[in-house]
Structures are given as structure tokens and as C-alpha cells.
Design a protein around this ligand. Structure first.
Ligand SMILES: Cc1cc2nc3c(=O)[nH]c(=O)nc-3n(C[C@H](O)[C@H](O)[C@H](O)COP(=O)(O)OP(=O)(O)OC[C@H]3O[C@@H](n4cnc5c(N)ncnc54)[C@H](O)[C@@H]3O)c2cc1C
Length: 404
């Protein structure tokens, strides 16, 4: 006799999880709670509005008050009103931000990792006391001005912006290009060549109150559109000697030290981007039907998803080991460079595969993969291109420099 049966419930599919090897569990509970808070902020506040801003090339200023409440400006730095935190947490915070939006992570990275770190690593005690607390409170937002219109990869030896001492002040002249946050932020860390000793020195410049300092927003980008990049022009800008970074070596080594940390940070950022693209592609594959079945049930789509996840895990594993080295004070320039080169190259594969999984919808911003696809191109080139990172690695492993 046939018995009536309840309709079979739809199969519960696993939720996308790009932390496949549970790296976040390595954090102590207190730090994990901060990372989860960042994830909640990104998912509830940033995700709903970010596509609109991306399309319109605008920065979501309305999010700054709630970002400030997260208390992560200056994360990883101790004292001076900064929140501290282990290198692993610093990395996972960046990863979580980028998992929803890479531009927002760049804004965070420029303010914290580049501008604040420059003062933290190369400033005097007095300079740290003066500048870092208002930056940690987000009352002053910073940028990092190294690249010039005619000098990008060759910044180490070729900077043309000049600094000339005149009594208790310095006179800065030159142009800086691509500077993230510059069109609206408060202070710039400007790297300029001292005409007296030919060494590159860092200066803290007040953007809005220094005569001769002007910024033009760079238009028509097709990547990281939410970040506002600027071209800075400095014409006889007078900066007090008290604003020259004097706690480091007073050479390009100061900028290089900051970049060692942030290149490694870019590895976290681009791995977060891969995670965001992968999770959105996986969700899509679970829901999108073709030939009467979810496309996620097709072998060739599963292969793409598995390859994306393997890229992500490889990058996460490399990053976790490098934060261990960083914690022990042993991370080298070549190690930071290999992380940046490898993770950005893998990311190009991952986001392209994610885009492919979405078919035509992969090129629509609304489906939350196209933005990662485009933004990855900028990350591949900024803070030292793929080629330059590999030259740093090549020099370390061969003992021979290919730099001209
Ligand atoms: C979105 C975005 C945000 C940025 N934000 C900032 C910022 O906030 N602050 C800042 O100071 N800069 C910033 N930059 C600048 C960035 O760091 C530079 O774009 C990057 O260092 C490359 O410089 P370039 O664009 O001048 O390229 P170039 O140096 O002109 O390089 C062009 C090509 O030549 C290759 N190349 C150059 N030299 C060699 C060599 N010796 N051997 C082999 N290949 C070589 C490069 O790898 C690249 O493929 C940003 C850039 C972008 C795109």
C-alpha cells in the first residue's frame, strides 16, 4: 500500500568557506572577535553600497564614522593611541576587509600601513606622540607619496622631488602620482631627495594648509575605483624641520622598511580578494541552473572552484608562515617580495576563474565578482610590480643583481 510521504526537503548545501584550513582559528579568542567584528562591518555596512560607489568612482565617506568605531586604525602598532594586535591579526583584518572590497582595504592600508607606519617606524618619539593619536582616532587621515609621474619602479634611485633645507624649514618641489587618499586626506608622507646629501628623506606635509601643495584627482580608472588617487604638485612648499622624519636612517631605507611590511600586507589584501571572488562564484554555482542542474554539479565547474580554493590556501599558508617570521623579526625583503609576487599572480588566475564561473554575469558589477576581477589588476602592479618583486627575489637567491 502506498503511503503518503512528506515532500523531500531541498538538500542543504554547504555555505561557502574560503578559510578551508581554518587559519583564523590560530588567533586567540579576543583577536578573533575583532576579526569577526570587521567581517560583520564589511558585510552589513560596506557590501550593500560598495558597487554603487565603485561604478560612480566615489569614496563612501558615510562609512567613516562606523569604520572609526571598529578601532582598527593603527592596528598592529602599540602605544600612541593605537590598538596593537599580533601580526596575524593585522593580516586577517586586511584579508577580511578585502574579502568584501579591495578598495576599502586599500584606503585602510594606505592610512594605517603606509602613512601611520612611516611615522611609527621612522619618526622620533615626539613625532609619534604628536601625529599617531589623532591618526588612530581618524581625526587626521594620511597618505604615502613616493611614486612620481616619471618614476615608478625606479623610485629607489631615481626620485626627482627635491628637498632643500632653508634654516628651520625645508622647501619641497616636485610631483607625486597615484597617491591613494590624497585628493581628500589631511597629511601626506612625502619622500623627497635632499639636494645637499642626495639621500631620500620623509616629510610630514599638511595637505590642506601648506601653500604650494595641490592635488588633482586621477580620473577614468578601471580598477580600485573607490580609492581616490591623486597627482600631487608641490611648488616651493615650506615644511618645518620638525616634520622631517628623523627617527630612522634618513635615507631611502626608511621608505623601504615601511614597504617591506606593506608588501606583505598586500599579500593579505589580494588573498582576501581571492576569497571574496571565490565565495561569490561558489554561491552562484550552487544556485545557477543549466540543463536543469546547478552548474556547481558539473565537473568542469568544480575543477575551477577547487583550483581557486587551492590558490587561496597556498597564499594563506605562505602568509601565515611569513607573519611568524615577521613576529620573530626575521622577515626579509625577498620573502616579502615573493609573497607579493606569488599571491598577486595567483589572484589573477583565481578572479579570472571566478568570472568564468559566472558566465556573462561575471562582467556585471552587480554580481560581486567583476569588481574583484578589475581591482586585482591594480594590486598586481602597485607597491612594486610583479617584475620588480621577482627581481628582488632573483637578487637574493642568485647573489646577482639584475637591477640597472
Ligand atoms: C591604484 C594604484 C594605487 C597606487 N597607490 C600609490 C600610493 O598610495 N603611493 C605611491 O607612492 N604609489 C602608489 N601607486 C604607484 C605604484 O606603486 C606604481 O604604479 C608601481 O610601483 C609601478 O610604477 P609605474 O606605474 O610607474 O610603472 P613603471 O615603473 O613605469 O613600470 C612599467 C612596467 O615596466 C616594468 N619594469 C620596470 N622596471 C623594470 C625592470 N628593471 N625590469 C623589468 N621590468 C621592469 C614594470 O614591472 C611594469 O610592468 C599606486 C598605483 C596604482 C595603480
Amino acid at each position: 500500500m502506498a503511503t503518503a510521504t512528506a515532500p523531500k526537503p531541498a538538500k542543504q548545501l554547504p555555505l561557502p568557506n574560503s578559510d578551508f584550513f581554518q587559519f583564523a582559528e590560530m588567533l586567540p579568542d579576543q583577536e578573533l572577535a575583532i576579526v569577526k567584528k570587521v567581517r560583520a562591518f564589511m558585510e552589513t555596512k560596506v557590501a550593500p553600497i560598495i558597487n554603487k560607489h565603485w561604478v560612480e568612482d566615489s569614496f563612501p565617506f558615510e562609512l567613516l564614522p562606523s569604520y572609526k568605531e571598529l578601532g582598527i586604525a593603527g592596528v598592529g602598532m602599540n602605544g600612541y593611541g593605537c590598538p596593537g594586535g599580533s601580526p596575524l591579526m593585522v593580516g586577517l583584518v586586511a584579508l577580511e576587509i578585502a574579502r568584501t572590497d579591495v578598495s576599502f582595504c586599500t584606503f585602510h592600508g594606505v592610512h594605517t600601513g603606509l602613512a601611520m607606519s612611516s611615522i611609527y617606524l621612522a619618526g622620533t618619539e615626539e613625532q609619534k606622540q604628536k601625529w599617531l593619536p589623532p591618526m588612530a582616532r581618524m581625526e587626521k587621515i594620511g597618505c604615502f607619496a613616493l611614486t612620481e609621474p616619471l618614476v615608478g619602479s625606479g623610485a629607489g634611485g631615481g626620485l626627482t622631488t627635491t628637498a632643500k633645507r632653508d634654516g628651520d624649514t625645508w622647501i619641497l618641489n616636485g610631483k607625486k602620482r597615484w597617491i591613494g587618499n590624497a585628493p581628500w586626506c589631511d597629511i601626506s608622507i612625502v619622500w623627497a631627495r635632499d639636494v645637499a646629501d642626495n639621500q631620500v628623506k620623509g616629510f610630514i606635509v599638511a595637505n590642506k594648509t601648506t601653500p604650494g601643495f595641490s592635488v588633482e584627482k586621477i580620473q577614468n580608472k578601471l580598477a580600485l575605483k573607490v580609492v581616490q588617487n591623486g597627482q600631487i604638485t608641490m611648488t616651493d612648499c615650506r615644511v618645518p624641520d620638525a616634520n622631517r622624519l628623523q627617527g630612522g636612517k634618513g635615507t631611502f631605507r626608511d621608505a623601504a622598511l615601511v614597504l617591506r611590511g606593506t608588501r606583505h600586507g598586500v599579500g593579505w589584501e589580494i588573498t582576501g580578494a581571492q576569497m571574496g571572488a571565490y565565495e561569490n562564484a561558489l554561491k552562484y554555482a550552487q544556485e545557477r541552473l543549466q540543463f536543469g542542474k546547478p552548474i556547481g554539479s558539473f565537473q568542469l565547474i568544480q575543477e575551477l572552484l577547487a583550483k581557486m580554493l587551492a590558490n587561496i590556501v597556498a597564499c594563506q599558508g605562505m602568509l601565515v608562515r611569513s607573519v611568524q617570521l615577521e613576529t620573530e623579526g626575521k622577515l626579509t625583503d625577498a620573502q616579502a617580495a615573493i609573497v607579493k609576487a606569488f599571491s598577486t599572480a595567483k589572484a589573477r588566475e583565481t578572479v579570472a576563474w571566478a568570472r568564468e564561473v559566472l558566465g556573462g554575469n561575471g562582467i556585471l558589477v552587480d554580481y560581486n565578482v567583476a569588481r574583484f576581477f578589475a581591482d586585482t589588476e591594480a594590486i598586481y602592479s602597485y607597491e612594486g610590480t610583479y617584475q620588480i618583486q621577482n627581481l628582488i627575489v632573483g637578487k637574493a637567491i642568485t647573489g646577482l643583481s639584475a637591477f640597472v
